[in-house]
Design a protein. Structure first.
Lengths: 1021, 142
C-alpha cells in the first residue's frame, strides 16, 4: 500500500515538474514573439519541437459565382451595402438612416416567410485596387487628349495607394443544399482515401438558389445593396488572414486540375497561436513574395446594458470608425420571427415572474438587477398580443496591428469606444473566433461549440430586438461624388476624374459633372466661399480635366486666373519674363514673332484667350461672333440698345444699321459677298451728319427756324463721336469691327476659350439703365456680346460626330463664371445664366457658378426655377468653401442641404451647430484653404479636401500673388509621365482622418517594436 | 419614428438568468440564504457526493476510518454551488465556460497532424478552395 502511495506521489510530482517546465517554454516562445509578462489564463502554445501542433485543413468553401456561394452545405448570397453619408445630417435624418437595418431585417423575415434568417454583417477596410473606373471613363469621354490619358492613368495608380475604404457587407444564408445522391459508390471511398472530395454540383442543383438569390438581391436594391461578386467573396475570405495588412483584389492564380475540372486555391490563412486569445498572422505579399506579419485578436461582447439608446451624434459604429486603428466587425445573427422570438423570451419571462412571486412570499430583499429583468419580463408580457421579432446575435470586433504593443493599445481604444457595452478578448477561443470571421458556415472543428448552420461559435450570444444594428449605425461612412448608374445597359452615371478626398475617412472623390447631366440632374455646379478659400483652384482643376477630356470649356475670367493657369501650363516658367505679357497682349505668344514658345504645344493650340480690355478692335463684333448676317444684325440692334440710353440716339444708330442692311441686300441680290462691322456705322452716320449740316446751311440761308436741325445735327454728331472714339475705348472697341479688317479664321470650337475681364466692372445701378454712364454701357454691351458668343458655342444642342468613336452625339460644353455676381448684376448676364441653368441638361452644357456668397447661387437658382423645372436642383453639385460669419454659414448650409425657405429647420440650434462646421478654422469651424463641404447629385454632403494630385496643376492654379513667382518658377515637363505627384493632401487626410498608423505606413515599422512590447494579456484586460 | 424613440432592448440577461427558489414548500423562506438555485445545487450535490465516495474509497484503502470522509462534502458542495449559481460574467455561464475549456482541452481540430494534440494548435494553415467544373457558370455543373 505504501508503495502505491509513493508511486502516486512521484507521478504527481513528475507531472507538476513537467508542467512548470512547459510553462517556462511557453514564456520563452511568447518572449520571442514580443509577448512577455504574466501568462496566467493565456492559452499555452506547445513546445517548438516535437510537440508543435498544427491545424491544417481545408475550409468548407465549395462553389462561388457572382450570385451565390456554397460553404459546407449552406448556400449563401450577399450584398455590398452603400454606406451612409451623414456628416451634415440632422439628428432626425440620422435616425432615419439608423432605422435602415431594422427595416431591412423585417423585410428579410418576410422574405423568408417568418422562418429564422441567418445573417452575417461584416465591416471591412478594403483598398481601392480597381482601375476599371479609369478605363470606363476614357470610353465615355468625348475626345480625351494624350495628356489626359496619361495623367488619368497615373492618378488611378496613385489613388490605389490611398486609405482603404470602409466597406459594408451583408450575407444571408439562403438555405441548405440537399445531399447529392451518390452516382458512383466507389467515389465516396476514393474521396475518403484521397482526402479530396469531388464536387458534383449540377445546374439543376444551383438554379433554385440563383432564383432565391435574385429575390434577395432585388429586395436589397431598396437598401442600395449591390450583389456580392465572386471577387468580393474571395477578398472577404482572404482578409481575416491578413490582419491589418493590405489585401489586394486579385483573381485566383493557384489551380490544380482534378478529374473533369479543377480546384482553385482562393486563399490560405496561416499563422501562429500565441495563446491568451492572440494570433500572429503570416501573409505573403503577392507582388514581392515577402512574408509580412500581423497581430490580431477578436473581442466579444461580455455584457451589455438591458437597453441601448440610439445616440445620433455618436453611435458606437461611428466611434469605432474614428479610432486610429478601427476594428473590423463581424456580426452574425439569426433573425427570428415574432413567434420564434416569443418562444425564447416568454419562457424566460415566465421564470422571472415565478421568482417574483416566490420572492414576495419569502420577503426577499430588493435586488436592482432582478428588478431590471422583471421589467423586461413585464414588457414581454405586455407585448404578448403582438410579439416583436428579434435576433440572436454574435458580435465580434477584430483588431489587428503590426506589433503586439500597437495591438494592445488598439484593444484598449476599442474597449473605451464601446462604452457601456463590455467587450473582452477571450483567452480560449482565438482560432474559432478567427474562423468565425469567414463568410459562410465556418463551424468546422468547433464540435459542441459550433453554432450549427448559423455559423461560427455559439458563445457570447446576445438576445435582442431588431434594433440592435440600428443603434450601432454601422453604415456611417461619408462617401461622396460620382457613382455608377446604369439603365437598361446604358451608362447614366460613372466615376469621373478624382478631385480630392473625403476629409474624415480618405475616400476618393470622383467628380465628372458631365455624368451629372447624364443622370438628369441640374446643369449647375455652384462653388462659393470667401476669397482665398480655394474655390478658384477647384474650378481650375475641373477646367483642366474637363477641357482635356473633350468638353468645350468657356471661362469668364475677371481675375485672370484661368488665363494664367493656361499660360503656365503651356509655357512653364517663361511666364515670369516681363516681356511675356506684352507678347500675350499683342497676340504673339507661340508665333514665330515671339521668343516664347509653348512647352506643351497641343495644350496651347487648343486654347483661345480673349482679353476684353486689351484685345484687338472688332474681336467681338456682332458679325464676327455670329454665323449669319441676320444674326449679326439682330445682335447689333441689341448692342445699340445697351450702348445708347437716349431714344433719339438709338434711332439714329438704328438708321445707320438699316443702311448696312440695305447694302447687304443689294450685294446679295448682285451675288456679291458682303462684309461689315459695327464700326462701319461711321460711314452712314457720317453721311447723315454731312447731309444734316448741308440742310442746316440751307435752312440758315433761307432764314427759317434751324432749332430742330441743329438739334438733329447735335444728336448725330454725338452718336458718330461715340462710334468713332469707341474704336480706342476699352471694351467698346472690341465690338467695333470694320469690313476691311482681316477676315476671321474659320470658327473652330477649341477645348478652352477664356474671356479675361480685367478692369471690367458692373454698373453701380445695374437695374436702372437710365443711370448708367457710358463706361457702364460699354462694359455691359461687351458682356452681352460675349454671352451671345458663349450661347452660340455652348447652347446649340447640335449633333456632331465624335472624333474618337464616330458616334453622333452632342458635344458637352461648360461655362465657368468666376465672380458671378458681376455677371448676374446686369440683366442680360442674369438672363443668360438662367437659361444655361434651365436648359443646360438638354444642350449638354454645364454652368460653373462661382461666387463669394451662397445668396448669389440661391438667387439664380430661384430665377431658374421660376422658368420651369422647379422640382430639380438647378445646381446638381455644390461646393462650399469657408465662410466668414455664422449667418453666411447657416445660409450656406441650407444651400448644401437643399433646404428651401419653407423647410427651414425647426431646430435652429442644431442647424447653427452644423453650420459652424462651415466656418474657417480660425473662426472655430472645420474648413481651411483647399477644404470644402460638397453636395453631390445624390444630395450627400461631406467635407472634402481638394487635391490637384500633380505638382504642375497645383503650381498653375496658384492664385496667391505672393506665391505665384515661387510656384511658377518650377518647370512644366513636356512629358506628362514626368509630372510629379504631390502626396501632401492625401497625407494630411490620413493624419487628420483616421490617424497616422494606417496599414501602408505600418508595414514599414513592424518588427521594430517586437522586442519591447508589453504583455498583451495584461494590457488588454 | 423620432430619434428619441430608437432604442434596442437586450434580453440576454433575462434569457440567461438562472432563477432561484425563495421558498421551500409553502412555509420555509430561503431569503436568509439568498434563495437557492436548484440546478447549481443539484450539480454541487452530485460533485460533492462523487468526491465523498472517492474519499471513502481512499480512506478505506488506507485503512483509515471512513468516518473522516464526512468532513469532505461541504467544501466541494459550497465551491461548486458558488461557481454555478453566481451571476453570469464575461458573457458566459459557468457551464458554457466549462464547455469552452473542455473544447479547448480536448476538441481542437485533428485533421492532419493534430491527432495527439493536448492543447489548441500552435500553427494553423487553412485553405479555401473552390471546385470549378470544366465549363463556366452558365453550365457550372459537371
Amino acid at each position: 500500500m505504501i508503495v502505491i502511495l509513493i508511486l502516486v506521489l512521484v507521478t504527481g510530482a513528475g507531472l507538476l515538474a513537467r508542467r512548470v517546465g512547459h510553462d517556462r517554454a511557453q514564456r520563452r516562445a511568447m518572449a520571442e514573439d514580443g509577448v512577455t509578462g504574466d501568462l496566467r489564463g493565456a492559452t499555452a502554445p506547445a513546445d517548438r519541437g516535437s510537440r508543435t501542433k498544427s491545424d491544417s485543413h481545408r475550409l468548407g468553401y465549395r462553389y462561388a459565382d457572382d450570385d451565390i456561394f456554397i460553404n459546407g452545405n449552406g448556400v449563401y448570397a450577399g450584398v455590398v451595402l452603400a454606406t451612409q453619408t451623414d456628416e451634415y445630417a440632422t439628428r432626425s435624418e440620422r435616425a432615419d438612416m439608423a432605422l435602415q437595418p431594422a427595416s431591412m431585417a423585417q423585410s428579410l423575415v418576410q422574405l423568408f416567410d417568418g422562418k429564422p434568417v441567418e445573417c452575417h454583417e461584416l465591416v471591412r477596410y478594403r483598398p481601392i485596387t480597381t482601375h476599371g473606373w479609369a478605363r470606363h471613363l476614357l470610353e465615355l469621354c468625348w475626345h480625351p487628349t494624350e495628356l489626359y490619358r496619361v495623367l488619368l492613368g497615373r492618378a488611378a495608380d496613385y489613388i490605389a495607394t490611398s486609405t482603404p475604404q470602409r466597406t459594408w457587407f451583408f450575407i444571408v444564408r439562403l438555405g441548405t443544399l440537399p445531399p447529392h445522391r451518390t452516382i458512383d459508390p466507389t467515389a465516396g471511398i476514393t474521396d475518403a482515401v484521397l482526402g479530396v472530395q469531388q464536387e458534383r454540383l449540377t445546374e439543376q442543383d444551383l438554379v433554385p438558389w440563383w432564383d432565391k438569390a435574385a429575390a434577395f438581391h432585388h429586395l436589397m436594391t431598396a437598401y442600395r445593396g449591390e450583389p456580392l461578386s465572386r471577387q468580393d467573396l474571395l477578398w472577404l475570405i482572404r482578409k481575416p488572414g491578413a490582419g491589418h495588412l493590405v489585401v489586394p483584389d486579385e483573381p485566383i492564380n493557384h489551380q490544380r486540375p482534378w478529374r473533369d475540372g479543377w480546384f482553385e486555391l482562393a486563399a490560405q490563412l496561416r499563422g501562429r497561436n500565441l495563446g491568451g486569445g492572440y494570433l500572429r498572422l503570416q501573409h505573403r505579399n503577392p507582388e514581392t513574395g515577402q512574408e509580412a506579419t500581423s497581430y490580431t485578436a477578436t473581442l466579444v461582447v461580455a455584457d451589455a446594458p438591458g437597453r441601448a439608446v440610439f445616440n445620433p451624434r455618436n453611435p458606437w459604429g461611428q466611434r469605432l470608425a474614428k479610432l486610429a486603428n478601427p476594428p473590423e466587425i463581424s456580426w452574425r445573427y439569426t433573425l427570428l420571427g415574432s413567434e420564434d422570438f416569443k418562444r425564447v423570451t416568454t419562457k424566460a419571462a415566465a421564470n422571472i415572474r415565478d421568482e417574483e412571486k416566490d420572492r414576495g412570499k419569502a420577503g426577499a430583499p430588493t435586488d436592482s438587477r432582478f428588478a431590471a429583468r422583471l421589467q423586461q419580463a413585464k414588457d414581454i408580457e405586455d407585448s404578448a398580443e403582438e410579439p416583436p421579432p428579434g435576433m440572436v446575435g454574435r458580435l465580434r470586433l477584430s483588431v489587428s496591428a503590426p506589433t503586439p504593443k500597437a495591438l494592445a493599445a488598439a484593444i484598449l481604444d476599442v474597449k473605451r469606444a464601446m462604452g457601456e457595452i463590455q467587450v473582452e478578448v477571450p483567452s480560449h477561443a482565438a482560432l474559432p473566433l478567427l474562423q468565425e470571421q469567414l463568410p459562410g458556415e465556418a463551424g468546422v472543428g468547433l464540435g459542441s461549440l459550433s453554432a450549427g448552420r448559423s455559423g461560427g461559435i455559439r458563445l457570447w450570444e446576445r438576445y435582442t430586438d431588431l434594433y440592435a444594428p440600428s443603434v450601432a449605425l454601422l453604415g456611417s461612412h461619408p462617401q461622396i461624388g460620382d457613382r455608377v448608374v446604369t439603365d437598361r445597359g446604358r451608362d447614366l452615371g460613372w466615376l469621373g476624374h478624382p478631385i480630392g478626398w473625403v476629409k474624415g475617412n480618405g475616400s476618393v472623390v470622383h467628380t465628372d459633372p458631365v455624368a451629372q447631366l447624364a443622370r438628369g440632374e441640374g446643369a449647375g455646379v455652384g462653388i462659393f466661399g470667401r476669397s482665398g478659400g480655394g474655390k478658384t483652384s477647384l474650378a481650375l482643376l475641373q477646367f483642366f480635366w474637363m477641357s482635356e477630356s473633350g468638353v468645350a470649356c468657356s471661362a469668364l475670367d475677371p481675375k485672370i486666373d484661368f488665363a494664367n493657369f493656361v499660360y503656365y501650363l503651356s509655357f512653364g516658367p517663361q511666364v515670369l519674363d516681363p516681356q511675356f505679357m506684352r507678347d500675350a497682349d499683342a497676340g504673339l505668344l507661340g508665333t514665330p514673332a515671339s521668343q516664347f514658345q509653348p512647352v506643351n504645344q497641343a495644350f496651347w493650340d487648343e486654347t483661345e484667350i480673349h482679353d476684353l480690355a486689351r484685345g484687338p478692335r472688332g474681336a467681338q463684333d456682332p458679325w464676327r461672333i455670329t454665323e449669319t448676317f441676320q444674326a449679326g444684325y439682330s445682335l447689333a440692334e441689341t448692342l445699340l440698345e445697351v450702348l445708347f440710353n437716349d431714344p433719339g440716339h438709338r434711332r439714329i444708330a438704328r438708321s445707320g444699321l438699316r443702311t448696312l442692311y440695305t447694302e447687304h441686300q443689294a450685294a446679295t441680290a448682285a451675288g456679291q459677298p458682303y462684309r461689315c462691322g459695327l464700326g462701319d456705322l461711321v460711314e452712314p452716320l457720317h453721311a447723315d451728319h454731312e447731309q444734316l449740316l448741308a440742310d442746316l446751311e440751307q435752312a440758315r440761308a433761307r432764314g427759317g427756324d434751324t432749332t430742330g436741325i441743329r438739334a438733329a445735327v447735335q444728336d448725330v454728331a454725338e452718336v458718330l463721336d461715340r462710334i468713332r472714339t469707341g474704336q480706342d475705348t476699352p471694351f467698346l472697341r472690341l465690338m467695333l469691327g470694320r469690313r476691311d479688317d482681316p477676315p476671321p479664321a474659320e470658327h473652330r470650337l477649341r477645348r478652352r476659350t477664356i474671356y479675361t475681364l480685367s478692369g471690367w466692372r458692373a454698373p453701380d445701378h445695374p437695374d436702372e439703365p437710365e443711370k448708367w454712364t457710358s463706361a457702364d454701357r460699354n462694359a455691359s454691351a461687351v458682356m452681352l456680346a460675349v454671352l451671345t458668343r458663349i450661347r452660340r458655342d455652348n447652347l446649340h444642342g447640335r449633333l456632331e460626330s465624335n472624333p474618337v468613336t464616330g458616334q453622333v452625339a452632342v458635344r458637352p460644353t461648360a461655362t465657368f463664371c468666376d465672380e458671378a455676381y458681376m455677371i448676374t448684376s446686369i440683366p442680360p448676364g442674369r438672363a443668360h445664366l438662367t437659361v444655361n441653368l434651365r436648359q443646360g441638361r438638354s444642350y449638354r452644357s454645364l454652368l460653373f457658378f462661382m461666387d463669394q456668397q451662397a445668396r448669389g447661387i440661391q438667387q439664380i437658382e430661384n430665377e431658374a426655377r421660376k422658368g420651369g423645372g422647379g422640382e430639380v436642383n438647378q445646381f446638381g453639385t455644390v461646393f462650399c468653401f469657408n465662410q466668414k460669419t455664422l449667418g453666411e454659414a447657416v445660409s450656406s448650409l441650407r444651400l448644401l442641404r437643399s433646404v428651401t425657405e419653407d423647410e427651414i429647420e425647426d431646430d435652429q440650434r442644431e442647424e447653427a451647430l452644423l453650420a459652424r462646421k462651415l466656418l474657417s478654422q480660425d473662426l472655430g469651424g472645420e474648413l481651411s484653404a483647399g477644404v470644402c463641404a460638397m453636395r453631390d447629385p445624390d444630395s450627400r454632403v461631406a467635407t472634402v479636401k481638394i487635391d490637384q494630385i500633380f505638382w504642375p496643376l497645383q503650381c498653375a492654379s496658384q492664385t496667391n500673388a505672393v506665391l505665384k513667382p515661387v510656384d511658377w518658377a518650377n518647370p512644366v515637363p513636356t512629358d506628362p509621365h514626368q509630372w510629379l505627384i504631390n502626396p501632401e493632401a492625401l497625407d494630411s487626410v490620413r493624419r487628420g482622418g483616421r490617424g497616422s498608423d494606417l496599414p501602408k505606413q505600418l508595414d514599414d515599422e513592424e518588427d521594430d517594436e517586437l522586442t519591447d512590447a508589453p504583455d498583451l494579456a495584461v494590457t488588454s484586460r | 419614428m423620432p430619434e428619441q424613440d430608437i432604442f434596442s432592448d437586450d434580453y440576454t440577461r433575462m434569457v440567461n438568468y438562472q432563477s432561484r427558489s425563495w421558498m421551500f414548500g409553502d412555509d420555509v423562506s430561503l431569503a436568509g440564504m439568498g434563495g437557492i438555485q436548484w440546478t447549481a445545487a443539484a450539480a454541487a450535490a452530485a460533485v460533492s457526493a462523487a468526491v465523498t465516495v472517492l474519499a471513502v474509497l481512499a480512506l478505506w484503502v488506507g485503512t483509515v476510518s471512513v468516518w473522516w470522509a464526512l468532513l469532505v462534502p461541504p467544501a466541494p458542495l459550497l465551491w461548486v454551488y458558488a461557481r454555478l449559481a453566481k451571476e453570469v460574467s464575461g458573457g458566459l455561464t459557468e457551464l458554457q465556460r466549462l464547455r469552452l475549456q473542455l473544447h479547448h482541452r480536448w476538441q481542437q481540430p485533428e485533421h492532419f497532424n493534430g491527432l495527439t494534440a493536448d492543447t489548441e494548435p500552435t500553427e494553423f494553415c487553412w485553405d479555401a478552395m473552390f471546385w470549378r467544373a470544366g465549363r463556366l457558370r452558365s453550365d457550372a455543373n459537371t
